[in-house]
Ligand binder design. Structure first.
Ligand code: ADP
Length: 226
């Protein structure tokens, strides 16, 4: 589904973020990318979203080179990939319901769809009783679950979660991982990045290790409880 072929990325200031990365992520996989800060994880995500372009090599989405995309093709690509970030990025003046409704409106969904789908997705992330809370009335774990609900509401094929548990304690981290697994079970490809080696024990499945811009490990593991 997503393929990196001999990808290197050097930023204009000379920082080498990725060096000859070759990677293939299949439809329906749950992939965890682990590596210390500066390893190149966020850059990898940005290349998948066509927010940055490789200095060398090719990034393919369903066998199409996304780095040839026009602006409208990039918009279409980003509709197919939901994103979640460490710092939540919720709209502070909107309730949980409105944060999700806003994302649906932006994607051209009808009022009927919004009214029927928003409660549904909030239930999926166990937030049905927080529907009319504003972000500052939610705990960190609840904020992240809301951000996940917003990221999946328009049914993307891929969900990229970039350090989604970076601001969370261990209990909320475990809840977020469980929700990501549930979303993966429902058919969405999930790409999780983390600097926390502890976390990969809970996630299991495919673990890609990165160091200094290179992929240094790629293996399948079973999950254990943290
Ligand atoms: P990670 O997500 O694993 O922390 P990043 O992809 O953010 O890694 O960064 C990889 C390397 O690229 C780091 O050395 C970082 O300083 C550098 N880098 C990231 N973004 C930029 C940028 N916009 N301009 C210059 N250097 C950058």
């Amino acid at each position: 589904m997503i393929k990196f072929v001999n990808v290197s990325k050097v930023y204009p200031n000379g920082s080498v973020a990725l060096e000859n990365v070759n990677l293939e992520i299949g439809k329906g996989e749950f992939v965890t990318i682990v590596g210390p800060s500066g390893a190149g994880k966020t850059t990898l995500n940005k290349l998948m979203l066509d927010e940055e372009r490789p200095t060398e090599g090719t990034v393919l989405f369903e066998n199409v080179d996304i780095n040839t995309f026009s602006r409208s093709q990039i918009t279409a690509l980003r509709r197919r990939i939901g994103t979640v970030f460490q710092e939540f990025r919720l709209l502070p003046n909107k309730t949980a319901y409105e944060n999700i409704a806003f994302a649906m409106e932006a994607a051209g969904k009808s009022d009927e769809e919004i009214v029927s789908d928003v409660p549904h997705v909030l239930q999926l992330v166990d937030m049905a009783d927080r529907m009319f809370h504003f972000p500052n009335q939610l705990s960190g774990g609840e904020k992240q679950r809301l951000a996940i609900a917003r990221a999946i509401i328009n049914q993307p094929e891929v969900l990229i979660a970039d350090e989604p548990t970076g601001n969370l304690d261990s209990r909320n981290t475990a809840e977020v991982i469980e929700i990501l697994k549930k979303i993966n079970d429902l058919g969405t490809t999930v790409i999780l990045t983390t600097h926390d080696p502890q976390l990969i024990k809970a996630v299991g499945q495919r673990i890609i290790s990165m160091e200094r811009g290179r992929v240094v490990g790629d293996d399948q593991r079973a999950a254990t409880v943290i």
